[in-house]
Design a protein around this ligand. Structure first.
Ligand code: BYC
Length: 323
């Protein structure tokens, strides 16, 4: 859990809390210099930091395929996508800084394994079809989640989501287009696609977090309008949107219980393997250790860049002072 740099204000004054909650109820945006309950600051820092880490670690599974993209066109769009994810991470880290947290502190928590990031990035990318399916499912799930976060009560986070969602839309389209192409391909291309779908479907549903009854943070986040929909509501929306997309390209989602419910107008789906989810969240997924090792190695290898940048900044400062 991230700690804040500033010392907290005196225990939250009930009158201030009431005024804050009235602003939230009126749909106002909370800005960095506004008074906010310490718990609101903590919850936002936690959630935004996890989100930023997810964007950064999320580069690894796809980065794995840049050198093996099947054409120049595919390589260009994959590089652009991975680069966008880096930008999203940096953008959200800037957002956490507006809450009074040092980025270095958050990055250190990622590197020492104490911070969380999205479970989905702890699964391996075994074939080119995984690039398509990640764009379609993972970015698709991110859009469902983040379109709602674009209306979150904290201004810097909400504004970051607006821009990020625009880019995620491009990512989803490039992924779905890869899938649509493979779906029209040879039998082995179709088999490769179906295999990727089979591996990524359930982990993508897990991206939305535990079911509402097991989500300790949801009540507070919903009360303060950081979240505007529950984990289960967003998961259901993702399923409802994705089933027709799968039908359109003639692939099968690996859930025998997937059935349309005319009463609720939802696609009912089977039980998620929550044991697997908690194992992955707890650091024991297929690639958790590999991901952390890769992030730590990248950070260590970049030490000279940070040193050079700091030395350059110090030289500039000395020059300005001397002038
Ligand atoms: N994975 O009380 P809950 C992307 C944790 S990246 C791991 O429901 P909350 C992309 C949760 O943190 C997009 N941990 O939590 C990038 C909590 O632990 P703590 C990533 C999970 O916050 C590259 C505990 O379980 N998106 O799009 O109310 C390439 C209990 O959960 C997960 C975001 O980060 C999980 N899946 O709700 C392609 C969106 N789920 O902190 C694409 C922003 C739960 O209490 N975040 N946990 O120890 C959110 O919307 C919410 O934080 C969540 C969880 C829905 C994820």
């Amino acid at each position: 859990m991230a700690t804040t740099k500033k010392s907290p204000p005196p225990a939250d004054d009930p009158a201030l809390v009431a005024a804050f909650e009235a602003r939230i109820a009126a749909g106002e945006s909370i800005e960095p210099k506004d008074w906010m309950p310490e718990r609101y600051r903590k919850q936002l820092t936690r959630m935004m930091a996890q989100h930023a880490h997810s964007e950064i670690v999320g580069m690894l599974p796809e980065g794995n395929w840049i050198t093996r993209a099947p054409s120049l066109r595919r390589k260009l769009s994959l590089i652009a996508k991975v680069q966008d994810e880096a930008g999203h991470g940096l953008y959200i880290y800037c957002g956490t800084e507006t809450l009074g947290v040092e980025r270095d502190e958050l990055v250190a928590q990622l590197h020492d394994g104490t911070a969380k990031y999205s479970s989905i990035f702890n699964y391996p990318t075994l074939s080119w079809a995984d690039m398509g399916v990640i764009g379609w499912f993972v970015d698709g799930a991110a859009i469902v989640n983040q379109t709602v976060l674009a209306k979150a009560s904290y201004g810097p986070y909400a504004r970051a989501m607006v821009r990020i969602c625009k880019e995620e839309n491009f990512h989803k389209r490039q992924g779905y287009e890869i899938c649509a192409t493979l779906a029209k391909g040879t039998p082995s291309q179709r088999a490769m696609l179906q295999d990727a779908i089979d591996r990524f479907w359930w982990p993508s549903l897990m991206m939305f977090g535990p079911s509402d009854k097991d989500s300790p943070n949801s009540a507070e986040l919903l009360k303060w309008r950081v979240k505007r929909k529950t984990n289960d509501e967003l998961r259901q929306r993702f399923v409802n949107l994705t089933v027709p997309q799968a039908q359109a390209i003639g692939v099968t989602l690996p859930d025998p219980d997937l059935t349309y419910n005319p009463e609720t107008k939802n696609w009912d789906f089977g039980e998620i393997d929550w044991d697997e989810f908690w194992q992955v969240v707890g650091g024991n997924g297929p690639c958790n250790k590999e991901r952390l090792a890769a992030r730590n190695a990248a950070h260590d290898e970049g030490a000279w860049v940070r040193e050079a940048a700091l030395a350059h900044a110090a030289k500039q400062r000395r020059g300005t002072e001397a002038a």
